[in-house]
Each structure stands twice: as C-alpha cells, then as structure tokens.
Design a protein around this ligand. Structure first.
Ligand code: PLP
Length: 395
C-alpha cells in the first residue's frame, strides 16, 4: 500500500511476526496469545521513515562493517532537530552518546547517588524506573500524581516535603509522562526545577516521548528552561519512539554541568559502553535530518486514532479515557467496571481480546487502569474498539 509519493501508507498492515518483535512475541502475549490485539509494548506498527530506510540500505550496500567512528553529520542533525523542533539550543560538547535511555538512567543513579539514597518517582509511571532503582539498591520515594477531573497534575507540596529530606538525592522525571500522557508545561517544569534546586535534588529527565505531542500541546525540554535548570539536570534523549527505530538506534544524554558530564564520560569509558554501531548512527542521522515529514504524518494519524478511541469510549459505561497531551500510549480508566486489578486484566484479555499493559505495572496507583498503544493501523484499532464495546455490553 503506497501513498501518491510512493512511500508506504501508514494504513499498511505489516506482519510484525516476520521479525522477533516483542509486541507480537508470545513471550509478551503469553502462550495462547496469538490472536490478541497486541497493544502493550511501546513501539509503533509503522515502517520507519523512507529516508531512514534508504540510508540504511545505502550503508548495507557498502558492505564493509569494520570499526567506525561517529559520522560527522550525526551530532549536527540532532542539534538542528532540537533547535528547530523544540527551540532548544544545545552545545555539542554537552552531548554524550549512550546505548539506550535505560542505561542513562541506571548510570545516573549509580554515579550521582549512593546505595540507600532516595530517588523520587511520580507514579503511575514507566515501570522500568522501579526496576532500575531496585537493581541499584536505591530507595524509591513515591510522590504520586494527582488525578482530578480526568487530568493528572504533579503534587508540588508532596514534592517539596520529600525533596527536603537530606537523604533524597535525585528525581526521575518522565517528560512527557508515560503512561498518563501529560506533556508537562513550562510552568510545571519550572516549579519542579525550583523545588529540586532548592533541596539539592538532581533532575534526571527522561524525554524519549518528547517528539510525540498532540495539537495545542508543546513539549518543553527541561534543560531549555535556562542555565539554573540545565545545571541541575541530566536529560535523556532518543529517536527510538519518534521514528520507530527502537531496535536500531542508540540514545543521547545532555549534561551541561561540566563535573557531572566528565564523571559520566569516565563511567562510560570504565563500562566500555562508548562503541559505535554503524546502523544506529546512519538511522539516527537520517531520522533527525529528513524524518520530519514522516513524523508530521504520524502525529496526524495518531490524533485520528485518539479521536476514534475518544468517540468509542464515551459510549462505554464504566470506561473513561484520560485525555492525553501526547505520546502514543493511552491511559484508560476501567475502575467504573468494578473489577479487581487481576480480574480486569483477565477480562480485557479473554473477553475483549486485548493484550494491553496492566495498570498495576505502573505502580499501585495504576490499579483499575490499563495502557493502550494506539500506534497501529486504523483498521486494527477499530476492530479492537468494537471488541471492547461488545465485551462490556455482554458483561
Ligand atoms: C519513558 C520511557 N523511557 C525509556 C524507554 C526505553 O528507552 P530505551 O529503549 O532507549 O532504553 C521507554 C520505552 O518504553 C519509555 O517509555
């Protein structure tokens, strides 16, 4: 299925089982999960942008894959992207390469906090934050988001109290926030940044979803707020979500503070995680320099999918959509169905045919919710929504 300009249409149904995709793997879906709607793992079902495919093909055709350094065009492409798309001017010397975002979070926690120190998280939040803190023997300090009238906000009073404890050293900020879809505003980020600076709490900002925002919402890179903020921050960036290249890209960290950046660099060397992957570099450079038209199309498509979910869910009693500002992950509130968390998971799976991420994976605050990935074809989403409607009707 091609568009008039010969590029693949986003409506094209691509069989993800032709490669060992996690989203459709039985390891994730469960042994009897073949027929389920696979909407858990946070990637898209769309082919990567054509310029990325072309650049990878060209690199493959070259045929020699010996040791390489970073291509000259990669950092300028990233810097230009951040400047044009997000109005953030980043000094090239402040950017370090990393294998992936989780690796940055883990290194930041292990380098800039000690065992037993407290790290703040704001649940419901991306479950890997918990695993990283647990595996590094850091204390997870929970400052749950507040849900009011279908919209999540941060609890700044709670944050102030928790940050003021001298044993609290860091916060993992999710900006935009997976799974609740909030794109934090400039003033929310300033408030958070001021509290953290006041109490010497380092802000580690995971901005992997920053490029995916809906009309009327604007992603603000935390460190773009000014030197007072960037000097107390470590930012994690990656094109993985934006261009659907999670399996063939790496990540970047922006650290303005010289001492912290040097420490990070030394740690990268010690762990020898500074090797270059030619395909990752080529894919990222092509994505940042020529992927914008594709991403713009994807954002329109996602917004149309969001509209379909909104329209469908408003007529389903007991189910509410938490309207997102961004990300392709929707947070659905099923508490109105009155099911216990495990029963809800079973209901969605066996009655609606949905393999979504259970809300409790994001913390206790997620009980009664589920996360739905809408980065799939409209046809697949329509079928899944009809199944949900029927399942609730037949209860
Ligand atoms: C908020 C967030 N951070 C990080 C990741 C994973 O990033 P990476 O694959 O670069 O480790 C994800 C993936 O779902 C995510 O949602």
């Amino acid at each position: 299925m091609l568009k008039p300009d010969n590029t693949p249409s986003l409506d094209q149904d691509i069989n993800r089982r032709e490669v060992p995709a996690l989203k459709t793997h039985l390891m994730v879906l469960g042994q009897d999960g073949e027929a389920l709607f696979p909407a858990g793992v946070a990637d898209m079902d769309f082919k990567a942008p054509q310029p990325v495919l072309d650049a990878l093909q060209k690199r493959l055709d070259h045929g020699v894959f010996g040791y390489e350094t970073v291509p000259d065009g990669l950092m300028p492409a990233l810097i230009n992207w951040l400047h044009i798309r997000h109005n953030w001017t980043v000094n090239k010397s402040h950017i370090l390469r990393a294998p992936n975002v989780l690796n940055i979070l883990a290194i930041a926690a292990s380098l800039f906090t000690d065992e037993g120190d407290g790290v703040i998280v704001q649940p419901p939040v991306f479950f890997d934050f918990y695993d990283i803190l647990h595996e590094n023997n850091r204390r997870m300090i929970s400052n749950p988001l507040i849900l009011n009238d279908g919209r999540y906000t941060m609890d700044f009073d709670g944050l102030e109290t928790l940050a003021s404890d001298v044993r609290t050293k860091m916060i993992f900020l999710c900006n935009p926030h997976n799974p609740v879809g909030r794109v934090w505003t400039k003033s929310e980020l300033q408030k958070l940044g001021d509290i953290c600076a006041r109490h010497g709490v380092l802000v580690v900002s995971d901005e992997i979803h920053g490029d995916i925002t809906f009309s009327g919402h604007k992603y603000t890179p935390f460190s773009s707020l000014g030197a007072a903020y960037s000097n107390n921050a470590i930012t994690c960036l990656s094109p993985a979500k934006s261009f659907n290249i999670a399996a063939c890209c790496s990540a970047f960290t922006v650290i303005s503070n010289d001492a912290r950046r040097t420490a990070f660099q030394v740690e990268n060397s010690r762990l020898t995680v500074n090797k270059n992957n030619a395909f990752a570099s080529v894919a990222m450079e092509a994505a940042y320099s020529a992927g914008a038209p594709w991403l713009n199309d994807v954002l329109i498509y996602l917004e149309e999918n969001l509209l379909s979910v909104r329209n469908c869910v408003k007529d389903i009693p007991g189910v509410e959509l938490i309207d997102p500002d961004g990300t392709f992950l929707l947070w659905l509130d099923f508490r109105g169905l009155g099911l216990a968390p495990d029963d809800l998971t079973a209901f969605l799976r066996t009655k609606a045919g949905w393999a979504v991420t259970r809300g409790q994976a994001f913390g206790r605050e997620g009980e009664g919710f589920a996360r739905l990935n809408i980065a799939c074809t409209k046809a697949k989403l329509a079928k899944a929504l009809a199944q949900l409607e029927k399942a609730v009707e037949n209860r």
